[in-house]
Design a protein around this ligand. Structure first.
Ligand SMILES: C[S@@+](CC[C@H](N)C(=O)[O-])C[C@H]1O[C@@H](n2cnc3c(N)ncnc32)[C@H](O)[C@@H]1O
Length: 310
């Protein structure tokens, strides 16, 4: 029987995942009137382009992955480089799905290492949780249509994996005009242009020439300053701790900068962090305002199923 999805994991986890109730429900399918087309670009290979205007928060695309691989799975070196392991795993897919997989972009390695190159070029991190079991959360998923979207340092779409429907989804984080390229982020954005470019070159083998990366020197410097200021806060945001001199006014400024820089996902995280600060400072009206704004932002980023709305 042809597999709908190949899952690379330890056998006990695969058994557990295959028992999930979600497989008994029909596979979610996108609305027939897709708001995008895939086309060849002049410099970036294939790209995803809006075929009509798309509203902020609108679901652009949705699909199940072809391949899911546990990120920390140990594959012997000889298998990973010769592709023996992956060839055996992918032989479970239907001929059509295998053809789709093999048609994807490979920015790494030679023809012999094509399968590994395709996986490394196109996989993105997905959390399989929430699950009632001890299934770990760090997996990579390969989505055959979504992976045609290119990177931009101020992306207009957000990737969200919905574990309930087991689908990858793109939502528009701002209005997108007909003919505009639909882009997502591949890499940490709260970093300077030089750092972003170095990371994208290392992991995806391209030099980013997006609008933000192509700013003239004085504006690029300003953009770097704003992004670094937001980036400096990320460790504290993850720990949920606040510097003694952190003020509402400073967070307001960072929210403005995240908006100017087109960093919508960070804007939403800053709102949550700001909510915590306002609570800490007993500013309950401010806390309520930022809490409402964060909920609206997460709905735009992930849709109504966002686990971050709870
Ligand atoms: C996941 S694929 C994206 C779709 C790809 N363009 C294709 O033809 O299928 C990732 C690869 O696309 C190219 N790419 C993505 N974003 C790019 C960008 N902003 N500038 C140049 N190339 C980009 C790089 O070759 C990268 O390794």
């Amino acid at each position: 029987m042809d597999a709908a999805i190949v899952i690379l994991d330890h056998l006990d986890n695969i058994r557990e995942i295959s028992r999930w109730d979600l497989w008994k429900r029909p596979e979610p399918v996108p609305a027939p009137d897709l708001p995008f087309v895939l086309e060849e670009s002049s410099t970036k290979g294939m790209q995803m382009v809006a075929r009509r205007s798309i509203q902020q928060g609108e679901l652009i695309a949705l699909e199940r992955p072809l391949v899911v691989s546990r990120t920390d799975i140990a594959i012997a070196e000889d298998q990973s480089t010769t592709g023996v392991f992956y060839r055996a795993a992918l032989s479970g897919l239907s001929a059509e799905k295998r053809r789709t997989f093999l048609s994807l972009c490979n920015s790494f390695g030679s023809e012999e290492e094509r399968l590994v190159g395709i996986l490394n070029t196109n996989c993105c991190t997905i959390p399989l949780a929430p699950s009632p079991s001890g299934i770990p959360t760090a997996y990579s998923g390969l989505f055959p249509t979504l992976c045609r979207a290119n990177h931009d340092c101020a992306p207009n779409a957000n990737f969200f994996f919905n574990p309930q429907s087991f689908t990858g989804q793109f939502h528009a984080v701002r209005p997108i005009a007909k003919g505009e390229e639909i882009t997502v982020l591949y890499s940490e954005l709260a970093a300077s242009r030089q750092e972003r470019r170095a990371e994208l070159l290392q992991h995806y083998k391209f030099v980013c020439e997006c609008k933000t990366c192509s700013l003239p020197p004085a504006l690029a410097e300003l953009s770097d300053t704003r992004r670094r200021a937001i980036g400096d806060l990320i460790p504290l945001m993850h720990q949920g701790t606040y510097a003694d001199d952190m003020t509402i006014a400073h967070l307001d400024e960072l929210l403005d900068w995240a908006t100017i820089e087109g960093l919508y996902a960070l804007y939403a995280e800053l709102l949550v962090y700001g909510y915590g600060l306002a609570i800490k400072l007993d500013l309950h009206v401010q806390a309520q305002k930022w809490s409402r704004m964060a909920a609206a932002a997460f709905k735009i980023l992930d849709g109504a199923d966002s686990p971050r709305l709870n």
